[in-house]
Design a protein around this ligand. Structure first.
Ligand SMILES: Cc1cc2nc3c(=O)[nH]c(=O)nc-3n(C[C@H](O)[C@H](O)[C@H](O)COP(=O)(O)O)c2cc1C
Length: 355
């Protein structure tokens, strides 16, 4: 017999929980079961089929008759737990046809609305001075041109961009569209953006780090999609590289959108942590919209997920809340080079080098 490594042990509410993150099952272990389980973890050869505790541990799959785990996983245990822990939906109540799906969906929505007193969580907008953004028309370029122009730039000119360009990019990335009247959808849920949103919850939120845009002060701003304005949260002397894990070639970008997810809006509607995947995927959609709109405004772009999360969240005033930062999209004037100046110099210093 071997220990089933699909189980992790958790201490919760003064109890020990054995959690099979692959099968999505959990068992609370009494002290005697916990002690015996830990003993078997260290010496699985002590397994005794006549011991009732051992037999129970085997019946519930905590110890198993197999020699090794067959899953192929090249990352650490944390990513494996997340991936398999959110893999496969519970299909026990899977609707069999379209009508059954509609009925189940309404029941699900009603259950949430009753449970939470009708209201999804909202984020209060700071009552600081708002800076209205100009309502600039979106540039008209072909889809093919937008795709071709979107390329990663790691060579930004230290040049300001104008407020109109920032305005277009923010509107496209995070702005609200004109709400469509649909009597079957409560107003709260009819707010749409230019990118899709998991469950229509608009969990993605956005902030801007301004380096050099028109007359704006250098600092961190919050974007308010309700009236297409920005609000200065904090002036800063920081470079972009200092919050993107030392990627200082980005210091000359004019601005950067910092995408956050209000995870509480997702867990309000979806109790399963699989919704965390949806948060990430939604952020990716917003990022691509940002990139295409940056290309359409004639600017260059660069993205990164290598962020100093806690520093950024502290600067934005959201540290320790349900709102977490995930991704950064920088923009500015620049060349088409995906190789930063300093890296290029190094490479040119040694002709045999390439990336
Ligand atoms: C999820 C994600 C994370 C990325 N993180 C970084 C990063 O930390 N630093 C960086 O320089 N580029 C980053 N990139 C940009 C990729 O390196 C770039 O998209 C890739 O080399 C392809 O080049 P292209 O964007 O010009 O098509 C990231 C891209 C994605 C999609």
């Amino acid at each position: 017999m071997n220990i089933n490594t699909d189980f992790i042990l958790l201490s919760k509410d003064n109890a020990i929980i054995a959690w099979n993150y692959v099968e999505h099952t959990q068992y609370q272990l009494s002290t005697s079961y916990s002690l015996r389980y830990v003993e078997l973890m260290c010496k699985p050869q002590m397994y005794d089929p006549h011991n009732p505790i051992d037999k129970d541990l085997a019946d519930y799959g905590l110890v198993k008759d197999f020699s090794s785990c067959t899953r192929d996983w090249g990352w650490d245990i944390l990513s494996e737990i997340f991936h398999y822990g959110t893999k496969d939906l519970d299909t026990s109540n899977c609707p069999a046809d379209e009508e059954a799906w509609a009925e189940a969906y309404i029941a699900h929505c009603e259950e949430i609305l009753v449970k939470t007193n009708q209201k999804p969580p909202t984020t209060s907008i700071l009552e600081l001075e708002k800076i209205p953004l100009p309502t600039s028309p979106m540039p008209i370029i072909t889809l093919e041109d937008a795709f071709l122009l979107r390329k990663t730039c790691r060579d930004f000119h230290a040049m300001p961009v104008n407020l109109q360009q920032l305005s277009v990019v923010l509107k496209a990335t995070l702005g609200f569209r004109q709400a469509e009247n649909n009597q079957n959808i409560p107003l709260e849920f009819s707010i749409r953006r230019y990118s899709p949103s998991g469950g229509g919850m608009n969990a993605t939120n956005g902030y801007v780090y301004i380096n050099s845009v028109g007359e704006l002060k250098r600092g961190f701003y919050k974007y308010d999609p309700n009236d297409h304005s920005i609000i200065l949260i904090k002036s800063t002397g920081r470079d972009l590289g200092s919050i993107t894990n030392g990627q200082h070639f980005s210091d000359t970008a004019a601005f950067a959108i910092l995408l956050t997810s209000r995870l509480n809006r997702l867990w309000w509607k979806y109790s399963h942590s699989r919704a965390y995947r949806m948060a990430l995927i939604e952020l990716g959609h917003h990022s691509q919209t940002a990139l295409l709109s940056i290309a359409a405004t004639g600017l260059k772009s660069w993205i990164t997920g290598a962020l100093e999360d806690t520093i950024i969240e502290t600067e934005l005033g959201i540290a320790g809340t349900h709102e977490q930062v995930f991704f950064c999209i920088a923009a500015g004037h620049g060349t088409d080079s995906p190789i930063s100046k300093a890296l290029l110099q190094r490479l040119n210093g040694n002709e045999n080098n390439s990336v």
